[in-house]
Write a protein that binds this ligand. Structure first.
Ligand code: PLP
Length: 960
């Protein structure tokens, strides 16, 4: 049965109001809204919005998205879309492989809100579970690569290679500007490398590393191990020659191949990168997957991405937290090593659990079987007189089919198998964990449909070891206990549960992180993500198999254009920061096409998010900071001054709107005009679209390009620090410069896959369908109401910084804690940790202003939860008052001892405050959340850096 669009105004048929999603998504009930408006002293939501959003930009007209669907209707619609995708056995390879996600991990991590609704672990005391899983990930990567230190994680393999190139350039001992890339590298990787190198003035040279590389003229080289063709080569001599000339060597490798192959570190590589996709993460038409990077110890301080390390808490117990460059972009701005912020935490966790589930023996069995199937495939093809080009290989072979290539590809497709068409009669075939003997036999038949020869074939075959003797891995793998201790499903289930119980995610409390928009990630939105029709598609599958995806993209692109006022959208960027990068590249290309190559200045207000200057630097722009005035707005005089100073050189202004101070600047139209008059383009950081959807359209009030954080405004869960999606919208004049297809070598590609992390886009589509025009606007209005309500409740206790001209904040508010530091010595951290005792995740700390909290409740919280939060903040204020009055010393106060743990509950008690007050500040609660560790000493961990699980020698010996 096909469904028709809902007809809401039909007088005859009753509407299904119980299934109306908007009232599930938005937290406050009607009576709560009335009470909150009463607190604010405004008559209606409309009146509040008029006091909040400047009239110059307020535009409440419908966007043309249409009426809302119910959850049932939206899921049926997505079913229909999914049904237009065709799931085939994709043996294309090229960086993406079939894999089996163990059901226990699928349900208990990928489909479990305790994992997927968590935030990036900046508050380590409430993030010990995911930090432990990430430490396991880093350990896995270090073991596989044979290098000292690994991060967790990067966006995909291609961007990891680009980061490796930048790291090589920073650390090379020569002044060369050429980066050599093995010609046997995935084409999408090469595209992304070219994109990254060009604005920075580096040249990419490709060739055969063994014969065409002159080590004396490069700062580094990327070697593919195995190559895109499947070939496994011994690069030891090449690496040695490069090192002699002071160049760095990065190897991009396949983690499953590394189970059997000698580690890059052992071969001499300085950097190893790749994708952990085939460790249990569905191909998902390109993502999301965790990219990885491991480096020698010497480079740990310039490694991009997040690094988990072990430190200790105030009781001396071991505890995990992010090490070294935790919030690097915010501190180092345009000097940051990269702009990477949101990464791929959830996928890194899944991959690490895949390794925990299988252990080294299981991984060896999988890798061994894949290798053997590929070997048998090759043997059989040779016996059938097919020219197999690849001799030493792990799982992928390249064959020369000559004139019959098209026929072979077609026959394979008819039996449900996709192969890689390399052109010139060459075909690539990759085996993987899901390959069965039947697939191999079917492929033989595609090459040689001669029953008699096929019948005789198998008896004569003998699988050879196709890995070169010099490159077979020696020694033990994964000797840490965690990879041995949870092998039964019962044990693994409990291990994962134990870890998630240590963490606070949205399934337990509001997470009022300003600028991060931790709103509801509805279950109905999440359900399609694990449908095979979305999960099992290869990103380079032929278009007739991916019609459903293209329909999905069409809906999303239309909705994003409709709410933003832009003309075109690219779904390629895998994060907000990557969207910034793609948007700035478009601006750069636009100027260049007009012959205005001298435009290289990027104006950035002082309050900007750290990714803004970091992204500007990556496209070779010079960052010029524009000051802000005392009410948090861009200082127009300073803007005019900077524009005049850099006349003729202004490339762009990066503006966050509403500002990171949580205000709708009245002057935004004027600001855009000033930049345009100076010949520049306006990049509007759309991280705060949650304050604009349905009320204002950047493309209409003057912006040229924005990214949309789908993991903020459009309901993709944060996953503990990723995945995310940062599509960009542009006005028509920038459309020609949107990212091209990476696999085709098009210009400006920024991700390995043409549509980034395609498989999480159904989440945003479901959200848009279920909200409709009215619902989306109501969400924004409710977000604004909630923020203003929190500001109103807290303002008698904490000063609220920055408001619009009519006294209202946008969808978030900043409270100033600096006076408390001065008066009582209480730090933002003390208050953040004390909130944990009340069961809350702290708001954003010290951004954009040091010593403040930025609170963004989002529309999904109801009044009761907002009140609970405000009550906690007010209770904390009275504890601070006790310090101010001298009733208790700061060091002896519950604030300094926060968070309180079960150790505090059970140890002897000699504190200056009551134990009940310390442990149960919100009153007795039988299911209270307890942080598993006391306050963590960050600095100690950085001085004593440990970023992997300890080895357990007994497992090492047992494995020998
Ligand atoms: C979140 C955010 C970003 C970066 O987005 P990521 O997806 O984390 O890369 C950029 N700017 C602002 C204002 C943000 O809040």
């Amino acid at each position: 049965m096909t469904r028709t669009a809902p007809t809401r105004n039909d007088a005859l048929w009753p509407a299904n109001d119980a299934d109306r999603f908007v009232s599930r998504h938005n937290g406050p009930r009607a009576d709560e809204i009335d009470a909150m408006l009463g607190t604010l002293g405004v008559a209606s939501i409309d009146a509040l919005i008029e006091q909040t959003v400047p009239s110059a930009i307020l535009d409440r007209r419908a966007s043309g998205i249409g009426a809302a669907m119910t959850e049932t209707e939206a899921l049926a619609r997505l079913r229909q879309i999914a049904g237009r995708n065709v799931v085939m056995q994709s043996m294309i390879g090229q960086g993406y492989y079939g894999t089996v996600l163990p059901p226990v991990i699928q349900r208990n991590i990928l489909e479990n809100p305790a994992w997927y609704t968590a935030y990036t672990p900046y508050q380590p005391e409430i993030s010990q579970g995911r930090l432990e899983a990430l430490l396991n990930f880093q350990t896995l990567v270090c073991d596989l690569t044979g290098l000292d230190i690994a991060n967790a994680s990067l966006l995909d393999e291609a961007t990891a290679c680009a980061e490796a190139m930048a790291l090589a350039q920073r650390n090379a001992k020569n002044k060369a500007t050429v980066f050599f890339v093995d010609s046997d590298t995935h084409p999408q990787t090469l595209s992304v490398l070219r994109t990254r190198a060009e604005p920075l003035g580096w040249t990419i040279r490709t060739g055969d590393p063994e014969t065409e590389l002159d080590p004396s003229c490069v700062f580094g080289a990327l070697l593919s191990y195995p190559g895109s063709s499947g070939a496994v080569r011994d690069f030891r001599p090449v690496i040695e020659a490069l090192h002699e000339k002071g160049a760095l060597v990065a190897m991009t490798c396949d983690p499953l191949a590394l189970v059997l192959l000698e580690a890059p570190g052992a071969l001499g590589a300085d950097i190893a990168i790749g994708s952990m996709q085939r460790f249990g993460v569905p191909m998902g038409f390109g993502g999301p997957h965790a990219g990885f990077m491991a480096v020698r110890d010497a480079y740990k301080r310039t490694m991009p991405g997040r690094l988990v390390g072990i430190s200790r808490d105030s009781r001396g117990a071991p505890a995990y937290r992010l090490a070294l460059q935790t919030r690097e972009q915010h501190i180092r701005r345009e000097k940051a090593t990269s702009n990477i912020c949101t990464a791929q935490v959830l996928l890194a966790v899944i991959s690490s659990m895949y390794a925990v589930y299988h252990g080294p023996e299981g991984l060896r069995a999988i890798a061994g079987r894949v290798n053997r199937l590929a070997a048998i495939l090759a043997e059989g093809l040779r016996a059938l007189a097919v020219r197999v080009e690849t001799c030493a290989f792990f799982d992928t072979i390249t064959v020369q089919a000559g004139e019959s290539a098209a026929l072979v590809l077609d026959r394979a497709r008819k039996v449900g198998i996709n192969l890689r068409d390399l052109g010139d009669g060459r075909i690539g075939i990759a085996c993987d964990e899901t390959t069965e003997p039947a697939h191999i036999k079917a492929l033989w038949r595609c090459f040689c449909p001669d029953e008699a020869r096929l019948a005789a074939l198998e008896s004569g075959l003998e699988a050879q070891n196709t890995l070169p003797v010099s490159l077979r891995r020696q020694g033990a793998l994964l000797t840490a206990e965690v990879f041995h201790a949870h092998r039964s499903e019962t044990d693994l289930l409990r291990y994962m549960r134990r870890l998630s119980d240590m963490d606070l995610a949205l399934d337990r409390t509001m997470i009022p992180l300003g600028s991060c928009t931790m709103k509801l990630n509805a279950t109905a939105e999440m359900i399609p993500v694990t449908w095979p029709e979305f999960g099992a598609l290869h990103p380079f599958a032929p278009p007739e198999q991916t019609r459903g995806y293209h329909e999905l993209f069409g809906i999303l692109e239309h909705a994003l254009c409709a709410v933003s006022g832009y003309d075109a959208v690219s779904l390629q960027p895998n994060s907000g920061a990557q969207g910034e990068y793609a948007g700035l590249l478009a601006i750069r290309a636009y100027h260049k096409a007009r012959g205005e190559t001298e435009r290289d200045v990027c104006l950035i207000p002082a309050s900007a998010h750290g990714t803004n200057p970091a992204s500007a630097q990556m496209v070779g722009m010079r960052v010029v900071v524009v000051g802000c005035d005392s009410s948090g707005n861009v200082d127009l005089d300073d803007l005019r001054r900077k524009i005049a100073q850099h006349e003729g050189r202004i490339a762009a202004l990066m503006l966050t709107y509403p500002s990171t101070h949580g205000v709708y600047e009245e002057a935004v139209v004027e600001i855009c005009d000033l930049v345009h008059e100076a010949g520049g383009q306006v990049y509007l950081d759309g991280a705060n679209m949650n304050a604009q959807v349905g009320l204002a359209r950047p493309g209409h009030y003057g912006a040229d390009v924005s990214h949309f954080n789908l993991h903020k405004t459009f309901c993709i869960p944060h996953g503990g620090g990723g995945p995310g999606m940062g599509p960009i919208g542009v006005k028509a004049h920038l459309a020609p410069y949107l990212p091209g297809r990476p696999e085709a070598g098009d210009a400006h590609a920024v991700s390995a896959a043409p549509f980034g992390s395609a498989s999480i886009l159904p989440i945003s589509v479901a959200y848009v369908l279920m909200m409709g025009d009215d619902g989306l606007r109501q969400a924004t209005e409710t977000a604004i109401l909630n923020a203003n309500y929190v500001a109103a409740r807290l303002e008698g206790h904490y000063p609220v910084l920055y408001r619009g001209c009519k006294g209202r904040t946008a969808h978030e508010c900043i409270i100033d804690l600096r006076p408390l530091k001065e008066a009582a010595g209480v730090t933002v951290d003390d208050i953040a940790k004390r909130l944990i005792d009340h069961g809350f995740h702290a708001p954003t700390v010290s951004f954009p202003v040091a010593g403040t909290f930025m609170i963004e409740p989002t529309e999904s919280e109801g009044k009761r939860e907002l009140d609970r939060f405000c009550d906690a903040m007010i209770a904390i204020r009275s504890e601070i008052a006790a310090i101010e009055s001298g009733a208790i010393a700061l060091e002896a106060s519950p604030l300094r001892h926060a968070p309180h743990t079960t150790a505090d509950l059970t140890d002897s008690w000699d504190r200056a405050y009551d134990r009940m007050q310390g442990v149960f500040p919100g009153g007795m609660d039988r299911v209270k959340y307890f942080a598993p560790v006391n306050r963590i000493d960050n600095a100690w961990g950085d001085r004593n850096l440990v970023c992997a699980c300890p080895e357990t020698t007994s497992y090492a010996e047992a494995a020998e």
